[in-house]
Design a protein. Structure first.
Length: 173
């Protein structure tokens, strides 16, 4: 069965960087970038834009999951705010379409100091970093998903841990 590798965690933890490393280490996989799916300027978080973003993500998931040459879809995403509602809507549409897949979630975490350092390195402004620490840093503590502490690990090593969680047969030789 095809697998949707869902990488979640706080803002700035390294979800996208890890997803890109995972894409390089695996074969028969595709990567869906939620940032690209909501690249609207300005981005008002309205019902219309939420619907558009949901349809963008859904379309990419559906196309990749129906492709016979793809076994894994990698999706780094945050569940904070209204984003989980968008994700659940997309998953619902896929299931209504009868598309079969398994969700393979993993939470990325790191120390607060490292999370701030990574956010600064990404060029995020201090207000956004502070808001992220307040709203998303501990948000994922209650989820019962496998968790990887990426504080002292490069993204390539974190990607290898994700592969070990869900398969050992897709490493590129």
């Amino acid at each position: 069965m095809k697998k949707l590798i869902l990488i979640i965690g706080p803002n700035g933890v390294g979800k996208t960087t890890t997803a890109k490393a995972l894409l390089q280490k695996m074969s028969k996989c595709a990567y869906v970038d939620a940032d690209w799916c909501r690249a609207i300027n300005p981005f008002p978080f309205t019902d219309a834009t939420k619907y558009t973003v949901s349809r963008n993500i859904y379309s990419l998931f559906k196309n990749y999951l129906l492709c016979k040459d793809i076994e894994y879809v990698i999706f780094p995403y945050g569940f904070h705010g209204e984003r989980k509602q968008i994700y659940e809507q997309v998953i619902g549409w896929l299931r209504e379409d009868g598309i079969k897949f398994e969700i393979c979630p993993v939470i990325l975490k790191c120390s607060k100091e490292e999370n701030i350092r990574r956010s600064e390195q990404d060029g995020r402004d201090p207000e956004r970093i502070e808001r992220g620490m307040k709203n998303t840093f501990a948000f994922y503590d209650e989820y019962p998903y496998p968790c990887i502490d990426s504080t002292c690990q490069p993204p390539e090593q974190v990607a290898e841990e994700i592969i070990k969680l869900y398969t050992a047969e897709v490493l590129k030789l």
